[in-house]
Design a protein around this ligand. Structure first.
Ligand code: AMP
Length: 493
C-alpha cells in the first residue's frame, strides 16, 4: 500500500483538518504502518522510540474510532494510555489535545507529585481519554475516583521504561480494572524478554511493527569522542561551552546526584544549567523543560529516564558526560539532536573507567566514534583503558535488544502478525516475508519493510482477550471480520 498523505489512511475529516493545521504533511513510517491495522481493530506491539511519531500513530486511530462511534449518555473513560513519566504523559496529552481540537472528545492527564484535586475535578466532569502514570492512577482507582470498566483501548507507552522503573505490579493491577474485551497497544523502545511476556499477557494476536531510526538519523549527527580523565570532565565541558557556544545543549549524566553535581560545577564556572531527574518536583521539571524549549535556558542536564519525553526539536549539542552502560541508550541519547532529519553535534566523554562501555557502544552501532584529541584535556591514559573492564559496581544488568545503526535506510520497519509465542498455539502454519524496496520514504528517507505472517492455527472465538466486538464501528473495523482463517490478516498490499 502506498500512503502519500493522511487522507489515504481514511481518517475522519476533523482529524485531517487538525493535522493540516499542525503542519503534519505525511505520515511517518510508524504511522503509515500502524494506523491501518489499528483501524482494523488489531492489537499492536510496536518497537519504536520517542521521536518516530508513535504518539500520533496510536492516538489518531483511537480518536477516529471514538469520533465515529459517539458515546451513549455520560462520558466514560474509553481509552487509557499509560506511560512511565509525568513529562511523557503531559506531552502525549498535549498532542492528543491538538489532534482532537475539532472533535467532541475530552482528554485529561493524570500523574503524581501534584495535587489530586484538579484531576478529580476533571474526572467528575467526564473524560473520554485518560493519559496517566501508573502510581497516581492506582491511587485514584483505590479512592474510587476512576472507573475503567468502559475502557475500549489500552495503550502502554514506553513499556520497557515502565518495567525498568518497577511498574510491572502496578500495570498488572491496572489490567484487572480494564475489560478484557478491548483493543490493546504496547509500544517499547526495546523488546527484552520481560516485554515479550507482558505482551503475551496483554495483547491478542498482535501485529508487530518495528521502527528504528537508523543511519540517516544518526548520520546527520556529527559524533565525536573525547578521552578525558574523570577529574577533568568538568573542565572539558566548560571548554566546549566556551569554544562552541552551543545554542541548546543537553548533557547526560548517569545518576541524579551526578546531574546535580554537573549543574553545580557549571554554575561555579559561570554557566546557568538546570537538572531534570526523578528527584525533582513536577514544577521544577516543567519550568526547566519550558525554559529549555523556549530557548531561555541553554543547558539542561538529565538522566536517561527523565530525558524520555523531552520533545525539543532544536537541540544543537548532546553531551554524553557519562557514557551509558547500556549500549543502545547511546543511540537514544544522540538521537535527541538529530530529530526530524536535522543535524546536530554529539560529543561523548570517555574516562579511565568507561572503556568497556565505549566498546559496547561501538559494537552496538557497528562503527568507531571518531576521536577528537584536539582539546586541552585529552588523556592518553583514559584512551589506553579502552580495553579494560568497567568497575563491577557500575555495570547494569538489563540488556535490551540491539538497535541496528549500520544499514543504508534511515528508518527500518518490520511488521509481523500473529506474534504469539508461548502458550498460544504457536505452531506456525504459514510464513511469508516481503522486503519492500518500493515503499515510499518516510519523514527521513527510505524505509525497508519485512513482514511475516505467522498466524498460528488459532481457532476463532477463543478465550482470553477476545476483541471481536460485534458492532460494525467502521467500514473496515469489524472486529476480526477480515481475519483469515489462520488468524492472520488479509492484507491488500
Ligand atoms: P513522538 O515520537 O510521538 O514523540 O513524535 C516526535 C515528534 O514528531 C513530535 O514533535 C511530533 O509532533 C512530530 N510528528 C509526529 N508525527 C509527525 C508527522 N506525521 N509529520 C511531522 N511531524 C510529526
Amino acid at each position: 500500500m502506498i500512503v502519500l498523505n493522511f487522507a489515504s489512511l481514511n481518517l475522519c475529516k476533523p482529524l485531517l483538518s487538525s493535522l493540516d493545521n499542525i503542519g503534519y504533511e505525511k505520515p511517518t513510517p510508524i504511522q503509515e504502518e500502524a494506523i491501518p491495522y489499528l483501524l482494523e481493530g488489531r492489537d499492536v506491539l510496536g518497537c519504536a522510540q520517542t521521536g518516530t511519531g508513535k504518539t500520533a500513530a496510536f492516538s489518531l486511530p483511537i480518536l477516529h474510532i471514538l469520533a465515529e462511534n459517539p458515546r451513549n449518555g455520560a462520558r466514560k473513560i474509553r481509552a487509557l494510555i499509560l506511560c512511565p513519566t509525568r513529562e511523557l504523559a503531559a506531552q502525549i496529552h498535549e498532542n492528543i489535545e491538538l489532534y482532537a481540537a475539532k472533535l467532541d472528545i475530552r482528554s485529561m492527564v493524570m500523574f503524581g507529585g501534584v495535587s489530586q484535586k484538579p484531576q478529580v475535578r476533571n474526572l467528575r466532569q467526564g473524560v473520554d481519554i485518560l493519559v496517566a502514570t501508573p502510581g497516581r492512577l492506582l491511587d485514584l482507582i483505590s479512592q474510587r475516583f476512576v472507573d475503567l470498566s468502559k475502557v475500549e483501548f489500552l495503550v502502554l507507552d514506553e513499556a520497557d521504561r515502565m518495567l525498568d522503573m518497577g511498574f510491572i505490579r502496578s500495570i498488572q493491577k491496572i489490567l484487572t480494572h480494564v475489560p478484557s474485551k478491548r483493543q490493546s497497544l504496547l509500544f517499547s523502545a526495546t523488546i527484552p524478554h520481560s516485554i515479550v511476556s507482558l505482551s503475551n499477557d496483554m495483547l491478542y494476536d498482535p501485529i508487530r511493527i518495528d521502527i528504528t531510526p537508523e543511519s540517516a538519523t544518526v548520520e546527520a549527527i556529527k559524533q565525536s569522542l573525547m578521552f578525558v580523565m574523570k577529574s577533568d570532565k568538568r573542565s572539558l565541558l566548560t571548554h566546549i561551552l566556551l569554544e562552541e557556544s552551543p545554542e541548546k545543549m543537553l548533557v547526560f549524566g548517569r545518576t541524579k546526584h551526578g546531574c546535580n553535581k554537573i549543574v553545580r560545577l557549571l554554575e561555579k564556572d559561570g554557566f546557568e544549567a538546570l537538572a531534570i531527574h526523578g528527584n525533582k518536583g513536577q514544577g521544577a521539571r516543567e519550568r526547566a523543560l519550558g525554559r529549555f524549549r523556549n530557548g531561555t535556558l541553554q543547558i539542561l542536564v538529565a538522566t536517561d529516564v527523565a530525558s524520555r519525553g523531552i520533545d525539543v526539536s532544536d537541540i544543537s549539542h548532546v553531551i554524553n558526560y557519562d557514557l551509558p552502560n547500556v549500549p543502545e541508550v547511546y543511540v537514544h541519547r544522540i538521537g535527541r539532536t538529530g530529530r526530524a532529519g536535522q543535524g546536530g553535534i554529539a560529543i561523548a566523554f570517555c574516562d579511565e573507567n568507561e572503556g568497556e562501555y565505549l566498546r559496547g557502544i561501538e559494537k552496538s552501532i557497528r562503527q568507531s566514534i571518531p576521536v577528537n584529541e584536539e582539546h586541552p584535556f585529552h588523556s592518553a591514559r583514559a584512551q589506553s583503558k579502552k580495553g579494560d573492564k568497567a568497575p563491577k559496581k557500575k555495570q547494569n544488568q538489563g540488556r535490551p535488544r540491539r538497535i541496528g545503526v549500520g544499514s543504508n535506510s534511515s528508518w527500518k520497519s518490520s511488521i509481523r502478525s500473529g506474534n504469539k509465542s508461548s502458550g498460544r498455539g504457536s505452531n506456525s502454519s504459514r510464513k511469508s516475508s516481503k522486503q519492500g524496496g518500493n515503499k515510499p520514504s518516510g519523514r527521513s528517507g527510505s524505509s525497508s519493510r519485512k513482514s511475516a505472517n505467522r498466524g498460528g492455527n488459532k481457532p476463532p472465538g477463543r478465550g482470553g482477550h477476545k476483541r471481536s466486538r460485534g458492532g460494525n464501528r467502521t467500514g473496515n473495523r469489524n472486529g476480526g471480520g477480515n481475519r483469515n482463517r489462520s488468524g492472520g490478516v488479509n492484507r491488500k498490499r
